[in-house]
Design a protein. Structure first.
Length: 483
């Protein structure tokens, strides 16, 4: 017993497995497989058969099996003897042929009948002999030029010519290519010489024609350059002529403009001289008017000064006399009065202050009027003392100031150009004469402003040596009021 199983069963099972393994090993040794590049030729008691791309069992002793290669065969076709062309020229041709066994069963049986027991070298030798024979026949039908210039045509002929013989051997020609064609007599080399000579000749002719065209174009370019140069010279001369003409016109226009400028300058100078005379008269009138205005302003300023002096004295009186007294009085009344009378006292004090201020202002006004009256009396008495000599002295002493005021505008003139045409009233004499005339106009100006002639004024002034009558004394306004 082995694990509960009778030993007999174990032995039988083991023997069965061993026999099965031996049978499988034997069958494996009997099974043959054909690869994609080969074919199996099996022959024996089951007749002959071809196995391609699959496997089969070959029983030993009653069947036999051989491999037939289906791979591509490539070999050189180079006959040892020279081949003669249609022209009788001996040439040596080297080519490459690629041949294989056809894939159909009939072709495989045909190839097997021809080459199954032969080696690769023997098989290639037989095929080369056939290829060389056909090549010899084809070369004999062609010229050297056709062989050299049309190798594809030679290959096509070889494939078509060898096809029948190759089919009889179960083969097919895949390609046939000529590698080289040469000869011993240099026929092929000399064959290209006419073309080379023709090409060289054509090249020489083309070079000569190119040189000719270059020379012609160079001549044309030279002629065109000469024509262009002549045209440029002509244009240059024309441009220079036009430039000189324009320069002459510009010179003429410049001279004309210069003459016009001189004429305009002289005309403006004459107008300036006339304008100077007119402006001088206008300035004299303006100076006189300004002098009158100055006097009026002086009088107004004197009045303002007197009014300011009166106001100053009034303020000084208020500040030095009235205000301290009033303050002292208010201080005493404030200290003496009781708190209950504070409001009344302040009211009375305020009323008293206003009353006192009014009295002070009335007194100041009265004194101011009295002072002005006294000043007017004094000035009147002074004017009464003036005689003709004083009037003349006043006029003569104020004459330089008037002349200085009238000539002040001339002091602002930077430069005076005097154009003298001869005569006594020309040049600097004219300027001094104008100033004299301006001075002579002062009495007329006075008469115009005052409305009284100088002769009437002087007739009313006492003569030199006469004594003025004293006016009666006037009492001050304050004293007159008391009386």
């Amino acid at each position: 017993m082995f694990l509960g199983i009778p030993i007999v069963y174990v032995v039988v099972a083991g023997l069965s497995v061993l026999v099965l393994m031996m049978l499988m090993s034997g069958l494996a040794r009997l099974y043959r497989k054909a690869g994609p590049h080969e074919a199996l030729i099996v022959y024996g008691f089951r007749n002959k058969r071809v196995v391609v791309g699959r496997g089969t069992i070959v029983f030993p002793m009653v069947e036999n099996c051989h491999d037939l290669s289906l791979e591509l065969m490539s070999f050189d076709v180079a006959p040892q003897q020279d081949l003669y062309t249609k022209q009788g020229v001996a040439v040596t041709v080297e080519a490459v042929a690629q041949i294989k066994v056809k894939s159909d069963t009939e072709s495989i049986w045909t190839a097997a009948e021809q080459f199954l027991t032969k080696s690769d070298q023997e098989r290639e030798g037989l095929i080369k002999l056939v290829m060389e024979g056909h090549l010899r026949g084809i070369i004999g039908q062609l010229t050297v030029e056709e062989i050299v210039k049309q190798p594809e045509m030679v290959g096509d002929r070889m494939r078509s010519t060898c096809a029948d013989d190759m089919n009889k051997m179960g083969l097919e020609v895949i390609s046939f290519t000529i590698k080289e064609v040469r000869d011993k007599n240099e026929y092929i080399i000399n064959m290209g010489r006419p073309d080379v000579a023709r090409i060289k000749r054509d090249a020489d002719v083309a070079a000569a024609e190119a040189d000719r065209d270059t020379a012609i174009r160079r001549a044309l370019a030279t002629r065109e350059a000469a024509v262009a140069k002549a045209q440029a010279d002509q244009d240059r001369v024309l441009a220079e002529t036009l430039s000189l003409a324009k320069q002459a016109e510009a010179t003429r226009d410049l001279e004309v403009k210069r003459a016009q400028y001189v004429e305009v300058t002289k005309r403006q100078q004459a107008q300036a001289d006339k304008a100077y005379d007119i402006q001088t008269a206008i300035m004299q009138q303006q100076v006189t008017a300004e002098q009158v205005k100055v006097q009026q302003v002086e009088k107004e300023q004197q009045v303002k000064v007197q009014e300011a002096e009166i106001n100053r004295r009034q303020n000084e009186l208020i500040a030095t006399v009235l205000k301290p007294a009033e303050i002292e009085r208010q201080r005493i009344e404030t200290l003496a009065a009781a708190e209950k009378q504070r409001l009344i006292a302040e009211a009375e004090g305020h009323a008293s202050s206003i009353r006192a201020q009014g009295e002070a202002e009335s007194e100041i006004i009265f004194k101011k009027g009295d002072a002005e009256a006294r000043a007017m009396n004094v000035k009147a008495e002074a004017y009464q003392e003036y005689n003709q000599a004083a009037i003349y002295d006043k006029l003569l002493t104020s004459m330089p100031e008037i002349m200085r005021a009238m000539a002040a505008p001339l002091a602002n003139v930077d430069r005076i150009t005097v154009v003298s045409t001869g005569g006594d009233s020309s040049g600097m004499n004219k300027i001094t004469g104008d100033l004299t005339k301006m001075a002579a106009q002062v009495p007329a100006l006075f008469e115009t402003l005052s409305g009284m002639s100088m002769s009437d004024l002087l007739s009313k002034v006492r003569g030199i040596g006469d004594k003025a009558a004293k006016p009666p004394e006037k009492l001050p306004v304050a004293d007159a009021g008391k009386k």
